[in-house]
Design a protein around this ligand. Structure first.
Ligand code: G16
Length: 547
């Protein structure tokens, strides 16, 4: 078979599998300590090259990143041609290849894929590559490039870049520039120009302030924000913090979106002043959250649920004002605050779906709506617009004579153009949030006042083997280990307005625990109880987390 011509003895065990870890293509690719990843990323470059050939030389992407994980982790995310995450059937091959014990097994798996999809050797693989700021990125990149060269791929390495930028570039290439050009200038220009156009329409800021204190998690988000600021001119005034990308030890360390969301407290590395607007992004800048403290030093988090409700409510008003027949829906996960779901259904009257954790699931469901708004509570999300919506809005813009309606239609178009629809994108999401806040004349307090979050707590437990967990019903019910769910139910029944669930993480070696209840003290108690249930039933390792 033609594969042998490329993948011959010369390449034998270039990157052998040390065989001490079992890998899984999880929530968002493969992640673990970077020392164990050389053979994994090398094999992923072979897989992604085959993926491109299978799709008749469509451009695909490979991003070396471990996002919110500690700096000594790394990982790989694979990107499909429309900039979306790798199709789930191919995730299984990624898992198989990463765990293959030797080169012969790798060859067999690759041959199986070639035969199954009847992949023609005439298609040249086309791959875009990027990486975050982790030290190990450069070493892993070499393993990737060697793999791409084996298949004589046409590849481009974008160097240090945010994950959503790489997703965007892949889509741009495959849409022949219709979505934009696959370079930073096009990305920043497209997103920022629409933002600036809309900003010009905002004459009265009321409570809104364009000043942002930005926590860059000491990662690529900080680096790229510096570039973005050149495009923003003075439309936003951004003070950059936690932007030490030279010291990779500091990446995500007590800062960034995941830290702030999980610990429900401000990050270190910047002074916190009451009633000031703060933004935190994660290590590869695909997540964003907002927060502030008030004059009594009380901390308020505006997470993915808040972004989703803010944007969905605003878009719904625009759609109604436009008179267009466009439906809008919102997608969440079990981590979404119960009161956000109530607010969406009862106040916004927008249909809401709940799916398992992982942007791939949210993205997929969001595409069922003309305009789909999806956000995980951790701040990972975006908007997706059906192609027909874009066409409808553009046609209406040409026909419409009424000034007010024209403005409404333009607003819809600008929001669409400042969205990176491929995946969650901290920069694009920030522009959208700032646009809505500005148009509404709101500060973060006004935004916060739309509804009250149920007190909640997120914690995690390390167990001997998290693969023993089996979950169902959009992750809200744990089927295995047996008896665990019954115990959780008993614990939940002791607290008013309570809810709790557990699930194995797909990005860290932990089991995550979520609890909400009528008061913070009760949510904390419930989370601690459920953590100890998991610890005792599922073989906890190390210290039991105490809140
Ligand atoms: C990834 C996924 C997200 C998910 C998060 C945590 O984010 O893209 O959808 O919510 O991991 O997943 P888990 O709870 O399974 O560990 P990121 O920003 O880390 O790539």
């Amino acid at each position: 078979m033609w594969l042998n011509k490329f993948y011959n003895d010369r390449n034998k065990d270039l990157y052998p599998n040390p065989g001490n870890i079992t890998f899984q293509y999880g929530t968002s690719g493969i992640r673990c300590k970077s020392d164990y990843l050389d053979h994994v990323v090398h094999r992923m470059s072979l897989l992604v090259a085959l993926r491109s050939m299978c799709l008749k030389s469509a451009r695909v992407g490979l991003m070396i990143t471990a996002s919110h994980n500690p700096q000594d982790d790394n990982g790989v995310k694979l990107i499909d041609p429309q900039g979306e995450m790798l199709e789930s059937t191919w995730e299984e091959y990624a898992t198989e290849l990463s765990n293959a014990l030797n080169n012969d097994n790798v060859c067999n798996i690759l041959s199986k894929i070639v035969l199954k999809y009847n992949i023609d050797s005439g298609y040249k693989p086309k791959v875009y590559v990027g990486r975050d700021t982790r030290n190990s990125g450069e070493r892993l990149l070499k393993a990737v490039i060697l793999g791409l060269k084996i298949f004589k791929s046409d590849y481009e390495d974008f160097g240090v870049i945010t994950t959503p930028m790489l997703h965007y570039f892949v889509r741009c290439y495959n849409t022949n520039g219709l979505y934009g050009q696959p370079n930073e200038n096009s990305y920043f220009t497209k997103l920022t120009n629409s933002f600036k156009k809309m900003r010009k329409m905002c004459s009265d800021y009321k409570n809104y302030s364009p000043i942002i204190e930005f926590d860059g998690a000491n990662g690529v988000g900080a680096l790229k924000l510096k570039d973005a600021m050149k495009y923003l001119d003075d439309s936003l005034i951004i003070n950059l913090h936690n932007n030490d990308v030279m010291n990779s030890r500091k990446l995500n360390l007590n800062c960034g979106a995941d830290y702030v969301k999980s610990n429900q407290c401000p990050p270190t590395g910047l002074s916190i002043i009451p009633n000031t607007k703060y933004v935190s992004v994660d290590g590869d800048a695909d997540r964003i959250i907002y927060f502030f403290i008030d004059e009594t030093n009380t901390f308020y988090l505006l997470d993915g649920d808040r972004i989703a409700t803010l944007v969905a409510g605003y878009l719904k008003e625009l759609i109604m004002a436009s008179g267009l027949n466009i439906n809008i829906g919102l997608v969440q996960t079990a981590y979404s605050n119960g009161n956000s779901t109530n607010y969406i259904s009862n106040e916004l009257k927008v249909p809401v779906a709940c799916v398992p954790t992982g942007v791939k699931y949210l993205h997929h469901t969001a595409k069922d709506y003309d305009i789909g708004v999806y956000f995980e509570a951790n701040g990972h999300g975006t908007l997706v617009f059906k192609e027909s919506v874009g066409i409808l809005i553009r046609e209406e813009l040409l026909k419409q004579k009424n000034e007010e309606k024209l403005l409404v239609l333009n607003k819809l178009k600008w929001i669409m153009d400042m969205t990176n629809e491929t995946v969650g994108d901290a920069y694009s999401d920030m522009l959208i949030v700032e646009t809505v806040l500005c148009d509404r004349g709101w500060n973060l307090k006004d935004w916060c006042n739309t509804y009250k979050d149920l007190p909640n707590r997120l914690t995690k437990v390390t167990v001997k083997d998290r693969s023993i967990f089996s979950i169902t019903n959009a992750e809200r019910i744990c089927i295995k280990p047996l008896g665990l769910q019954d115990k959780i139910n008993l614990a939940v029944a002791n607290y008013p307005m309570a809810r709790s669930f557990v699930r194995p993480s797909g990005t860290e070696d932990v089991v995550r625990i979520y609890a909400e209840a009528d008061t913070q003290a009760n949510a904390d108690r419930l989370a601690t109880e459920v953590a100890s249930i998991v610890y005792n039933i599922a073989g906890g390792v190390g210290e039991l987390p105490l809140l």
